[in-house]
Design a protein around this ligand. Structure first.
Ligand SMILES: C[S@@+](CC[C@H](N)C(=O)[O-])C[C@H]1O[C@@H](n2cnc3c(N)ncnc32)[C@H](O)[C@@H]1O
Length: 387
């Protein structure tokens, strides 16, 4: 959108800001078809856009759409050439050509360096793989043997698969029957960090329970989970899973809980900016601001601090967010540990040595940059209450 707007706006006689949103959409759609879709003739893109502009605007706006898009269709070859050669060292050009707001580009360049920043921003524009957690391997494997499905088993999760290419439509039936559940592989890694947890596990901010079953598969067979979230409608879906080892409860996780400090494991999947999931939710980049990141970081610190009080001695807590922003990740954990000497950080590399190359920070936190290992961006830190 940012790239398309940067091309359209200079062609408008009056201010582009004043163009109604519906007409901007029509111009963007038209231009996108002209420069990025080989099978749509530019003339068809122009005339269809003009028809839309008549329907959603008036004669004047239709004339404007016609004039602007015709110019683009005349300059098409030249324009495409220009778009293919941009300067990957220049912040403004990176922002325009990867269609990210400049503040986000600057942030990533400062945090990860130019090369890694550009690779994250490009990965954000790639279609995400169809990633799943498998519930019924037998059914899935029968389909694979019959040649109707091709799956790629995840190297990082025993129940993870990626389905690609032309087989994607064959997967719908399995999704519908609940044999597989859409889930990014990075969140399955987080669930694997609960391995061996015993007794009562508290899953905070569990939402619809997307990770609950995955956590359940990793914890001790006799352990059970108390799944807590603020949203009662999301919790209903956990009840529908009909497992007597999942126990949904509605609570506000920044307020005192109706429990004592008995939990051997707490899984806190905190609300966050979600900036690690841009490829699945491309619009996030246009909606978030830097202020939102710091606002979320304050809430995350409150959640972490409150939850830590309910750990049993020696108990562990996983703090997780689908973001790689410093304020929401390492800074939350550092701030907590700096004023709570009764807790320590554990090295995730000792449980997941397979992630040492590229999946962990120097301090042993899990940090998957968007696109790394083909996964969404994710952060998790393991904290233990000292004995
Ligand atoms: C990142 S989502 C996690 C969703 C879920 N774990 C999943 O895997 O899909 C954050 C969740 O936190 C919940 N939440 C936000 N603020 C909360 C609070 N103060 N107390 C409890 N839950 C909260 C939201 O309802 C949302 O379901």
């Amino acid at each position: 959108m940012i790239l398309l707007d940067s091309l359209i706006s200079p062609k408008c006689r009056s201010s582009y800001l004043k163009v109604p949103e519906s007409i901007k959409m029509i111009l963007r759609l038209g231009l996108y078809q002209i420069i990025s879709m080989d099978r749509v003739p530019a003339s068809a893109a122009v005339s269809e856009s003009v028809e839309l502009a008549k329907r959603y605007g008036h004669k004047g706006t239709a004339g404007m759409v016609n004039a602007i898009l015709r110019r683009f269709s005349e300059e098409r070859e030249e324009l495409i050439k220009r778009l293919n050669s941009w300067n990957e060292q220049d912040i403004q050009q990176i922002a325009t050509h990867t269609s990210h707001p400049e503040w986000l580009v600057k942030r990533y360049v400062e945090e990860f360096g130019l090369e890694k920043a550009v690779s994250i921003l490009k990965a954000n524009n790639e279609p995400p793989p169809q990633s799943f957690r498998v519930r019924d391997w037998a059914k899935l494997e029968a389909e694979v043997s019959s040649g109707r499905l091709s799956i790629e088993k995840s190297l990082y999760n025993k129940d993870g698969v990626v389905v690609g290419g032309s087989f994607q439509k064959n997967i719908e039936k399995f999704k519908y029957d609940g044999d597989i559940v859409p889930q990014d592989q990075s969140s399955l890694i987080a669930a694997s960090l609960a391995t061996g947890a015993t007794g009562v596990v508290l899953e905070l901010c569990c939402g619809r329970g997307n990770k609950s079953e995955a956590i359940l598969k990793n914890i001790d067979n006799n352990a059970f989970i108390v799944n807590a979230d603020l949203s009662i409608s999301k919790l209903r879906q956990i009840r529908e899973m009909k497992s007597n080892r999942l126990n949904p409860i509605c609570l506000d996780a920044v307020k005192p809980f109706p429990f004592i400090d008995i939990f051997q494991f707490i899984f806190l999947d905190a609300p966050c900016s979600n900036l690690g999931t841009i490829r699945r939710h491309p619009e996030i980049r246009y909606r978030k601001s830097e202020g939102k990141i710091t606002e979320m970081a304050d809430i995350q610190l409150q959640l972490l601090t409150n939850a830590a009080g309910y750990l049993a001695k020696g108990g562990r807590m996983l703090y997780a967010v689908c973001s790689v922003e410093r304020e929401e990740t390492v800074e939350v954990v550092e701030k907590f540990l700096s004023v709570h000497p009764g807790y320590r950080s554990l090295d995730i590399g000792s449980t997941r040595p397979d992630l040492v190359e590229g999946g962990l920070t120097d301090c042993g936190n899990l940090r998957i940059l968007p696109g790394n290992y083909g996964m969404d961006g994710f952060f998790a830190s393991l904290i233990q209450k000292k004995e």
